[in-house]
Design a protein around this ligand. Structure first.
Ligand code: PEP
Ligand code: MG
Length: 592
């Protein structure tokens, strides 16, 4: 994957997920070490290894105490007591003495000795027929992970990283909750070993406008803190020690990109209408209430998808109904009279809450996710429904349920919504009684019963990120099968077409809020398939609008007709790409 040049430059190739170019010093946040390798050290090296271990233990203790303190503040001492057990593991002298003895007697690294002995303890505890002791195994594993991360210099990846200087973050993986907390001024860009275009980490990168490359396989093991890299999020490259010539070439590219951005912003306040007069609703996807600024800045027609789960993750406690209401009303009021589609909690898959420990699942994307979670955890769901209803009094709010697979779930969700309406009514709390209710179409089963669903909702929004993964059985976040994740697969296009037909037959509108909508190569195809709305990361709105204004709708319909007849996904993709390129060549100029 990496190419070494005589110049000393080394190029790593991955998957581009967030356009933009940056350069800076590397900061490695985490490295994948599935096994801790046996590592012999010399006798003279042993004291240094013991010192490393001690430093890692001190750092771990400090991190645990900080979390304990935060949790105690937010949720009370009882909830924080779990961390006492973690601290006890660290203070277990028998365990630590045994680790030191192993280092001295066998002359092995601190990592290896600690891992071996801790695992031996965990296995012994796990084998005892006592529930309390078995639970301590989980504490032990948690602590072991923290200590090993500190030994490897990766810092503490369980909490948001404290990044003090601007840097290019390199990691084996980045969770959406950590990424959501990145400070745009400090994180110039990021590169990860794993990941894909439709992971929520990549989605956040685009929304935060942080250049990013993922799927770089082993980059986190190959780069060290302080090395200098250039990251090209347009073409998916990370260049270690870029030469003057490379920097010069990229200087030109960056200037060209800046020129293009200015040109694109010219269309910001113009309508998203094709050359032959077909109007498209072009809205934005947001993750935080503060993204409203970006929605307005980029000229979107409201919000087509508010991913509310980001209010819940990356924090120690659940947001209260009131806190949620404030966030929803802030967006609704700022964008009024434009629509704001608030999607109910879509937890699970690759989005987890730090404070709510959900049991690990074998197939999280097929598991206890989104509406399935909400229909069981009705207290959490109803709190959110009430907050959304209350916000509907202050703007053009629409509610949308994710992961609906059939009529039963829609009816159950609506019954809970009705209960919430009645509760608010009883208290005299205002809300919009006619608030539109829509669903995401992201499960093939929902497409198959789209006619029946369409009769009972006000709109559909196609979640193509999930629809593609479920239709093709391709995990959307696994870079190893990213080549199989094919938005132009004939089966996917037929699913979209069927959804559009069912929606239009019932007289409702249908949008696309998955990443397909923000890919210029695919936009003409989606318009030709008849979708009424596109909702994309706010920073992408000008580019998509620029493109729409250069298309003829009639021609996009011919393109879609061709695609629906064609049997090859790659042929459809090249035809669609050529079509979009011909309409707006400047959008593709910097792609190699
Ligand atoms: C989708 O699945 O396309 C979608 C928009 O939802 P998310 O990416 O949050 O799963
Ligand atoms: Mg989805």
């Amino acid at each position: 994957m990496a190419e070494a040049f005589i110049t000393g430059e080394k190029v790593f190739r991955g998957i581009p997920v967030s356009a933009g170019v940056c350069q800076g010093r590397v900061m490695v946040l985490g490295r994948r070490r599935e096994t801790v390798a046996w590592q012999k050290v010399s006798a003279e090296e042993v004291p240094r290894q013991i010192e490393r271990l001690e430093q890692a233990l001190v750092a771990t203790r400090k991190q645990i105490q900080e979390v304990q303190h935060k949790v105690a503040e937010a949720m009370g001492g009882e909830n924080a007591s779990i961390f006492e057990a973690h601290l006890l593991v660290l203070e277990d002298r028998t365990l630590m003495d045994e680790v030191v003895r192993m280092m001295e007697q066998e002359q092995v690294s601190a990592d290896y000795a600690f891992h071996q002995i801790a695992n031996k303890y965990a296995a012994t505890l796990g084998a005892i027929d006592d529930e309390y002791l078995r639970e301590r195994v989980a504490d032990m594993k948690d602590v072991v992970t923290r200590v090993l991360n500190n030994l490897w210099g990766g810092g503490d990846r369980l909490e948001p990283p404290q990044i003090k200087e601007p840097c290019v973050v390199v990691s084996d993986d980045l969770s959406p909750s950590v990424t959501a907390q990145f400070d745009r001024q400090k994180v110039l860009g990021f590169a990860t070993d794993i990941g894909s275009k439709t992971s929520h980490t990549a989605i956040l990168a685009r929304s935060l406008q942080i250049p990013a490359v993922v799927g770089l396989q082993t980059i986190s093991q190959q780069l060290e803190n302080g090395q200098y890299v250039l990251l090209d999020g347009i073409n998916g490259l990370v260049i270690l020690n870029p030469t003057d010539q490379t920097l010069f070439e990229y200087g030109k590219l960056v200037r060209k990109q800046a020129g293009l951005h200015e040109k694109l912003l010219d269309v910001k306040d113009k309508p998203a209408v094709t050359l032959d007069g077909h109007a498209v609703i072009l809205s934005a996807n947001v993750e935080h209430a503060s993204d409203t600024v970006s929605v307005l800045q980029h000229g979107a027609a409201g919000v087509g998808l508010f991913r509310t789960e980001f209010l819940f993750i990356a924090r120690e406690v659940m947001p209260s109904e009131d806190e949620q209401y404030q966030a929803y009303r802030q967006v609704a009021a700022a964008l009024k009279p434009q629509a704001v589609v608030i999607r109910t909690l879509d937890l699970g898959g690759d989005k987890f809450m730090t404070h709510l420990k959900l049991p690990p699942e074998m197939n999280p994307f097929l598991g206890w996710r989104a509406i399935r979670f909400c229909l069981q955890e009705t207290a959490i769901f109803k709190q959110q429904l009430r907050a959304i209803l209350r916000a509907s009094a202050e703007g053009n709010v629409k509610i949308m349920y994710p992961m609906i697979s059939g009529l039963g779930e829609l009816l159950q969700a609506n019954a809970l919504l009705e209960e919430c309406r009645q509760e608010l009514r009883a208290k005299g709390v205002p809300f919009d009684p006619n608030m539109d209710v829509g669903i995401m179409i992201e499960i093939p089963a929902a497409v198959m019963v789209a006619e029946s669903l369409a009769k009972r909702v006000n709109f559909f929004s196609l979640g193509t990120n999930d629809l593609i993964q479920y239709a093709l059985a391709v995990d959307r976040v696994n870079e190893k099968i990213a080549h199989l994740y094919e938005p132009t697969n004939p089966a996917v296009l037929k699913l979209i077409k069927t959804t559009v037909a069912a929606a239009h037959q019932a007289g409702i509108w249908v949008g696309v809020c998955g990443e397909m909508a923000g890919d210029p190569a695919l936009v003409p195809l989606l318009l030709g398939l008849g979708v009424d709305e596109l909702s994309v990361a706010a920073p992408l709105v000008p580019e998509i609008k620029f493109l729409i204004r250069r298309l003829k709708w009639d021609e996009t319909r011919q393109l879609a007709e061709f695609a629906l007849q064609c049997e090859s996904g790659s042929e459809i993709l090249s035809r669609a790409e050529a079509f979009a390129r011909a309409a707006a060549p400047s959008l593709f100029e910097n792609q190699s």
